[in-house]
Design a protein around this ligand. Structure first.
Ligand code: IMP
Length: 192
């Protein structure tokens, strides 16, 4: 099988995806194919952005590739931040500011239920395939922990009492939105 390009420059995502694929496939980064530009994500939906990023790499570099897009959906905020998760508190995409805005928005709210949703768009042999992973959970009352990245310090996955940033990384690697989506991708690729 030809190597597959992971269409992201986010080192945290690359680390987590590598850990789950566990050497089962040869994967390359965008730098390996000479792609240093920012990938477009302007469709307004999570699946749309995943497809847009993968399609961009396929159209410009002609390689098999996959891109992922992730959003945090909070029920008490009608599904926000959703597709705006990365820049919820502003264009700086600052994770602390993003989390603090979420905590302020939920101030005094009892319903803390939320989920992370990841969509992976794979383009292989010119065909598009989508894989989704969802992690249900709740928003904590404060930030805790140093592990993970993004909103991990305020997200407590279902069945646990600590945030993804406190729990051992093997837990996130096993039950997260990204882990579920990547497992589906891996199963698909192993059948090819
Ligand atoms: P994007 O998929 O790169 O657009 O990321 C959307 C936003 O979600 C960014 O603010 C990320 O930091 C955040 N994010 C993505 N994946 C995770 C995760 O696994 N845990 C916590 N935050 C995440």
């Amino acid at each position: 099988m030809n190597p597959i390009v992971i269409a992201t420059n986010n080192p945290n995502k690359i680390r987590e995806i590598h850990a789950i694929l566990d050497g089962a496939f040869e994967v390359k980064g965008l730098r390996d194919i000479g792609c240093t530009e920012e990938l477009p994500e302007t469709t307004g939906t999570i699946p749309g952005n995943a497809v847009q990023k993968a399609q961009y790499v396929f159209d410009h570099y002609g390689v098999d590739c996959f891109a992922e897009d992730t959003g945090l959906e909070i029920d008490a905020l009608n599904g926000e931040p959703g597709v705006d998760t990365a820049h919820y508190a502003g264009p700086e995409r600052d994770p602390i500011a993003n989390m603090d805005l979420v905590l302020r928005q939920l101030d005094g709210r009892d319903d803390r239920s939320a989920r992370f949703r990841t969509v992976i768009a794979l383009i292989m042999g010119g065909e598009l395939h989508l894989f989704e992973g969802v992690a249900e959970g709740r928003i904590a009352y404060e930030r805790t922990g140093q592990g993970g990245f993004g909103y991990d310090p305020v997200f407590i996955p279902e069945g646990y009492d600590q945030s993804f940033a406190v729990l051992p990384s093997i837990v996130k690697q096993t039950i997260s939105h990204r882990a579920k989506a990547v497992e589906k991708l891996k199963t698909f690729l192993m059948k090819r």
